[in-house]
Design a protein around this ligand. Structure first.
Ligand code: ZN
Length: 356
């Protein structure tokens, strides 16, 4: 397919959490977090506990809409909702289908409920249910992978079960890896099970010569926001793609922030280094090549885009279907999705407030 200079194929967000779209404005922790683990415990592990199938649906639908509005037609999602596991992946797939966005999702299996010792010693009921949801979704033909939260919140038994389930369905495992120092043992525990089709989010605390196979997904904005440090992704032999870790799905914006963070380390660097990560993303979701985005800016080129802010899609065609025309989303009523999502967020925040 020939593209004009103001066109690209569909953008791919290679690590997203659609369940976090309603998080903006949620009740914050009473005390400021002192560590990455504090952030997980006081923000994300509260949000995910409060999710039910209805709030998952509106969160995913809003996230899919916002992805489309930034030219992202393919999302690689990592989901967790410990009190609403069964059916959750189908709810996400349905919400994305209504918007017209392609999604590859998975349930992030973990033993951290109810355990709080890291790493947990044995597989919990929560992990069993998570594995079962991955199996149910994949066996019903869902587009997905097998999710693992992160090695540090999983027993060896759970990690082994996730890896073998993925092999059974000929898909990869999608997991966080060494995002914070607490997960520094991840490479020792994962490398012998890993394959090229695994997705490894973050890798901040991975050794340069770690032996985990798979594509590392760099999430520069999220890493800065969580104060975990710079992943310096050029040091890895693995392919490196680009994700948002749930902070929207605007890949041009993530590209810009990835570039300035890289350039901060090294004046000789070029935007092309981070642009290549978007090409790795395209390989992870090959259907993105069937999609065409026509942009508001006349020249889609890394050196232009690194310094041209606010570039938006004008028209988007996904697999031959016009899903955006003149900047207007054609598949759903965007205002209605936003207003329903706001109502769902109010319900969700009440549940978060009432958590034990
Ligand atoms: Zn993540």
């Amino acid at each position: 397919m020939d593209l004009a200079i103001n066109q690209t194929h569909g953008m791919v967000c290679a690590h997203h959490h659609l369940y976090s779209s309603l998080a903006r404005g949620m009740p914050g922790p009473t005390d400021p977090p002192l560590s990455f683990l504090n952030v997980l415990e006081s923000v994300w592990w509260k949000l995910d506990q409060a999710l039910d199938l209805d709030t998952i649906f509106w969160s995913a639908k809003l996230g899919a809409l916002e992805a489309l509005e930034t030219g992202t037609t393919c999302i690689i999602d990592h989901h967790e909702s410990p009190n609403a596991i069964e059916g959750s992946l189908s709810v996400i797939a349905d919400a994305c289908a209504e918007v017209g966005v392609r999604v590859n999702t998975c349930y992030g299996v973990t033993d951290r409920h109810p355990s709080s010792n890291y790493p947990p010693v044995s597989m919990t009921e929560g992990a069993r249910k998570g594995l079962e949801e991955n199996r149910r979704f994949l066996s019903e033909g869902g587009r997905g992978m097998v999710g693992l939260h992160a090695a540090f919140t999983c027993s060896d038994e759970t990690i082994e079960n996730a890896a073998s389930l993925a092999e059974e369905f000929n898909v990869g495992v999608h997991t966080h890896v060494a995002e914070g120092e607490i997960d520094v043992a991840a490479s020792d525990r994962l490398h012998s099970l890993s394959h090229d089709n695994w997705i490894l989010a973050h890798g901040v605390f991975l050794e340069d010569d770690h032996e985990i196979q798979g594509t590392i997904i760099h999430n520069p904005r999220s890493n800065m926001n969580n104060s975990v440090g710079y992943a310096a992704p050029k040091r890895f032999k693995n392919p490196v793609g680009l994700g948002t870790d749930g902070i929207g799905a605007d890949m041009f914006d993530e590209f810009r922030i990835g570039y300035v963070r890289l350039r901060e380390e090294d004046i000789t660097e070029s935007p092309e280094t981070v642009w290549e990560m978007l090409e790795v993303n395209a390989k992870l979701f090959p259907e993105s090549q069937q999609d065409v985005v026509t942009w508001s800016y006349p020249e889609i080129d890394p050196w232009h885009l690194a310094f041209s802010l606010g570039v938006k899609p004008r028209d988007i065609v996904i697999s031959g279907e016009e899903v955006m025309k003149d900047g207007i989303v054609m598949t759903v009523d965007a205002d209605e999705v936003r207003s329903k999502a706001r109502e769902a967020a109010t319900r969700l925040f009440k549940k978060i407030d009432n958590l034990p």
